[in-house]
Each structure stands twice: as C-alpha cells, then as structure tokens.
Design a protein around this ligand. Structure first.
Ligand code: A2P
Length: 285
C-alpha cells in the first residue's frame, strides 16, 4: 500500500475510491472514548455472513521492509461488535502507543481503508450453548465487543428470560462504550419491534471499576465469590441447570472465571459440542 492519505468525509462520499488494499473496506465512523479506547465502523462486504459474537482478522498494511520496500498486511483478530443483521461492521479497540497495529489503527478516519479478511470464526456463539434460563456475559476491557453484538442479537432474548452483563474496567471512562450500547437499546425502534417492546428489560447490567472510584468497585470475580454481585443483582447463585455463560476478557480473568464456573458445575461448550459456558480471550495488541 502507499501511505494512506487522509480523506475528508466529503471527498469520501463524492468520489468512489478505487480500493488500494486487498480485502479493503472503508471506514465510515470513528469514536474515541479515552486515550486507551476507540470504536469504529466500516462497510460490510456483501458476501460476509457471520454469527453474532464471532471475530474476524482486520488490520492495515505494515511499514515497508527497509531492504525490499515490500509491505505485508498487519492483521489482528477483532470481535465484530455489531450484530449479524447490521449493514455495517463495528469494532471496539484498545490503543497501544507502541503496538504494531493499534498505534496506527487509532488514527483512522472516515474514508480511510482497512483490511478485513471475510472469514468469521469464534466460540462466543449461541450455537455453542445448551438451552437455559439465564445468560451471563462476563467482560473486562475491550472484551465487551462480542457482547455489544450479542446484546443486539434477537436470539439472545428469544433463548433466555434474563441477560446479565458484567463489565470490569480499570477506570470509569472505559465503561462508556458499553453503557452507551445498553442505553441505546431502550430507544431502538427496530429491535423493540422485532424482538418485542421492552425486550431490554431482560438485561441486568453490572459495571465495575478497579482503579478509579465508581458506583461499584472491585473485580467481578471477587464480587461473585463474596456473594456481593448476587445480592446487588437480586439473583440466585450460578447453577448448571439454569445458567449459561460467555467469558471475554484478559487471559488471567478468563482462566479465573472458567475455574469458578467449573466449580459451580458448568461445563465448557463448543460449536461441535454445546454445553453450559464458552470462553474467548480478548485479542489485544
Ligand atoms: P485490576 O485493575 O485489579 O487488575 P486490563 O486493562 O489490565 O486488561 O484489565 C481490565 C480489568 O480486568 C481491570 O479492571 C482488571 O482489574 C481486571 N482484571 C484483571 N485480571 C483479572 C482477574 N484475574 N479477575 C478479574 N478481573 C481481572
């Protein structure tokens, strides 16, 4: 690729660009939340089908090789944060100042191109879970992304009576993206019509912070172990008969929560063998 030239929104809409990247998609919207987090939307390939909760490889061209001058795509796995029915694709990303990809990706603007390999995969899908009454979505940081998709997926509400989403972040500002998604569901006319008026009342949202003061402080793992989370939410403790769970966060969190779910009697499921919970790590730079 040649160095990406900034393209203004007006230019982008006025002149259809000839794609310069392989598997190119055009960025349509970018939103920054903190100095560590941003989200963006891009066009969706007409042929791309995916299940809410899956991820794809996305990225940019890397710097030219100093010797050969050749450039290679720099790709990372990103959960698709938009639901399967959406016309556009949405992603939620961390910004790492010296990260090979996100140090560049954080500067994208509407009209720029990204690379998107249209091969969605993942375990955080409804197909990997047996029927249950309640579903728990456990997230830390950008691990909220697949749940941003699943919270806007009608099947989530068809399959379960209750949807509990927990999100643990270091600072309060890191909760904004998730909170905005959940707030937007109340006024989403299409979803209220398709899923049923007031479907969002099934959601119990439990945001917590660990390094900055907020309404609820502490790691979700500690809050569950102490019973405080159950009390705050007004729900019964996790049990294999009623509960299903999906986990997406940093590695230590995923492992700890996995152990807790196993101890509560839940078994890990997969696409080929549905069971009671599924786990995926957030793919960080
Ligand atoms: P803490 O601040 O106590 O480390 P990160 O930004 O490092 O990925 O972390 C995101 C959030 O996940 C932080 O609030 C962090 O809490 C929390 N966290 C990290 N490890 C664990 C774990 N093993 N169990 C629960 N929460 C964790």
């Amino acid at each position: 690729m040649t160095e990406q030239k900034p393209v203004t929104e007006a230019q982008a809409t006025a002149v259809p660009k000839v794609p310069t990247l392989p598997d190119a998609q055009t960025v349509t919207e970018v939103q920054h939340y903190t100095d560590r987090l941003f989200s963006f939307k891009c066009t969706r390939p007409a042929t791309l089908r995916f299940r809410s909760g899956e991820f794809v490889m996305i990225g940019l061209m890397g710097d030219p090789d100093p010797k050969t001058g050749k450039q290679k795509p720099l790709l990372r796995a990103y959960s698709i944060a938009s639901p399967s029915w959406d016309e556009e694709l949405e992603f939620y990303s961390i910004k790492v100042q010296d990260g090979p990809l996100t140090s560049k990706l954080q500067h994208i603007k509407p009209g720029d191109e990204i690379i998107l390999r249209p091969k969605p995969v993942g375990t955080l899908v409804h197909d990997a879970l047996l029927p249950g009454k309640r579903i728990w979505f456990f997230a830390t940081g950008t691990g909220f992304a697949p749940f941003a998709s699943l919270l806007r997926e009608p099947q989530t509400y068809e399959d379960y009576d209750e949807v509990i989403i927990t999100h643990t972040c270091r600072e309060a500002g890191e909760l904004t993206y998730g909170r905005n998604i959940i707030d937007s569901l109340k006024d989403d006319e299409l979803l209220n019509e398709v899923i049923g008026e007031g479907f969002w009342k099934k959601i119990k949202y439990y945001p917590t912070t660990t390094r900055e003061e907020s309404a609820k402080m502490g790691r979700i793992t500690d809050l569950i172990n102490s019973g405080e989370a159950y009390k705050d939410l007004g729900v019964e403790p996790l049990c294999p008969q009623n509960d299903r769970a999906m986990i997406c966060g940093n590695l230590a969190f995923n492992l700890e929560l996995k152990d807790m779910l196993e101890a509560a009697g839940l078994e890990e499921g997969a696409n080929s063998k549905p069971a009671q919970y599924v786990v995926e790590k957030a793919f960080l730079d």
